[in-house]
Design a protein around this ligand. Structure first.
Ligand SMILES: [Zn+2]
Length: 72
């Protein structure tokens, strides 16, 4: 029984993390680089190492995305 409970909690946490990730991705997709337009090129969860993989158009775009993350 205890194992089942733990699994349910884990699934709930994973689901919540997925929700947060999805809304974060939506917000960061609106970040505009003055030179290239859309600054965020790639944002995906790194399932192997954990955390996220992120690619931006240029260092300036990266700064804008980092700032947007701070203000989320
Ligand atoms: Zn750029």
């Amino acid at each position: 029984m205890k194992e089942n409970e733990t699994k349910e909690v884990q699934e709930a946490v994973i689901e919540k993390a997925q929700d947060i990730f999805t809304s974060m991705k939506e917000k960061l997709s609106d970040v505009e680089c003055p030179t290239h337009g859309k600054a965020l090129l790639l944002l995906e969860q790194d399932k192997v190492r954990g955390g996220v993989k992120i690619e931006t158009c240029c260092p300036e775009g990266e700064k804008l995305v980092a700032k947007a993350i701070e203000n989320l």
